[in-house]
Design a protein around this ligand. Structure first.
Ligand code: 0PR
Length: 390
């Protein structure tokens, strides 16, 4: 399909519009085809889509018109706070995703502290780069250890009188690793510095895996030094996109970004965006109510089983993993960037979509719920064909 060049004077029939949309969609990849192996998003279920559609016109940017939707938002925030050992007295907002949540968190800490330095690991998601560029903040990257987790001593050394916030990650984009947050939060408490946790991916993975008996590092509000958490229902939470959340230990911290909106149904707002999709809020609510904690435990156990199977198979074939998977993210080391690019390209020719990692060089897949059962033997055979070990 060629992109249209003009906005025609007259409209066309609904059928013509449908055909054009169909043509565009047929060029897209779809989760149902089972070839997207690196996405952290999910294939929405019928209930997620239904609830999304039911709230398609609501706008949380003007919550006075949509009190029912606003209650759903508070319910989603409260359920997430409960999951992450917070309480209903804490604050939170549903936002468009992990990027907006991370940018908003840094905006809040920049405003509260009037400081501009951010201490974070080299494995941090690129949304922190965006935040720093938008907010005039300076990123102080600290090293990670051989397991790609932050080194607490380096965090301690990097904090100074200009530090606005320390960022640590529960579920890194590249490896699904958890930083040693228990130790980092102690350092932050002693230094009297805010600590933001990016659990965009891990927030709806690790609490459930922990309940299933996995021995994992702690990262949530149970740790008193944790000031805020990003968590995305549109990843393992099974909500439709765009749906992320920013949870704040101190609800009043949202006041730092409060904006007067005198002509709307509420006098002020405390989010980055004006018009805000409410459809994701509804689908997050629907999926969390439908699954319950135990439903997510089973879902995450299944994904983890697939990741462990894949990891075992790769190791038995002689490949080296970056880390033993602790979440459904699996990374295969490849010695050089050019080689990793080549493997990625050749896998693409075999219709697989995987992404690359930088720390260390490699390729990465994520065993999300929509990845079909039969993927592991097919994928590993194709990987072996394009990346044979000498
Ligand atoms: N924090 C972490 C740890 C993340 O992994 C991500 C995104 C974000 C923040 C930002 O979240 P949003 O993308 O919701 O703003 N992680 C995935 C990634 O960058 C997102 C993704 C999903 C990318 C599907 C591509 C894709 O096809 O890999």
């Amino acid at each position: 399909m060629k992109p249209r060049e003009k906005f025609d004077r007259e409209g066309v029939s609904e059928d013509e519009v449908r055909q054009e949309l169909q043509a565009a969609s047929s060029e897209d990849l779809h989760f149902r085809d089972g070839r997207i192996l690196y996405s952290m998003c999910n294939e929405p279920s019928r209930l997620a889509i239904e609830s999304h559609m039911m709230f398609i016109e609501a706008n949380l940017g003007d919550p006075g018109l949509y009190p029912g939707t606003a209650k759903l938002e508070r319910s989603v925030v409260n359920m997430l706070l409960d999951l992450l050992h917070g309480d209903a007295g804490m604050g939170g907002a549903v936002v468009s995703g992990g990027s907006e949540a991370n940018i908003t968190a840094l905006w809040i800490y920049r405003t509260l502290t009037k400081k501009h330095r951010v201490v974070l690991p080299v494995t941090a998601h690129y949304s922190f780069e965006i935040a720093a560029r938008m907010l005039g903040m300076q990123l102080e990257y600290v090293r990670v250890d051989e397991q790609f987790a932050m080194i607490p001593e380096d965090v301690e050394a990097a904090i100074d009188s200009k530090t606005a916030v320390v960022v640590a990650i529960a579920g890194t984009t590249e490896h699904g690793q958890i930083d040693p947050i228990e130790r980092i939060q102690r350092i932050c408490e002693e230094a009297n510095v805010y600590l933001h946790i990016d659990a965009a991916f891990g927030g709806m993975v690790f609490p459930f895996l922990a309940r299933a008996g996995y021995d994992l590092r702690h990262f949530d509000f149970n740790l008193t030094g944790v000031s805020s958490i990003t968590v995305d229902p549109h990843k393992m939470g099974l909500a439709t996109a765009p749906t992320g959340a920013l949870l704040m230990r101190d609800q009043a911290h949202f006041d730092a970004i409060r904006q007067d909106t005198f002509y709307l149904s509420t006098p002020s707002l405390n989010s980055m965006l004006g018009t805000r999709s409410s459809a994701g809020v509804a689908s997050a609510y629907a999926m969390m109510r439908r699954y319950g904690v135990e439903g997510y435990v089973r879902l995450n156990q299944e994904c983890m089983k697939k990741a462990e199977q894949l990891g075992k198979q790769l190791v038995s074939m002689g490949y080296r993993l970056a880390i033993k998977p602790i979440s459904p993210v699996v990374c295969v080391r490849i010695d050089a960037e050019a080689r990793a690019l080549d493997v990625q390209k050749k896998l693409r020719e075999k219709r697989w979509r995987v992404s690359r990692t930088k720390h260390p060089e490699g390729i990465r897949v994520v065993m999300m719920p929509q990845v079909p059962e039969g993927t592991i033997p097919q994928f590993t055979a194709d990987l072996h064909a394009v990346f044979p070990l000498s």
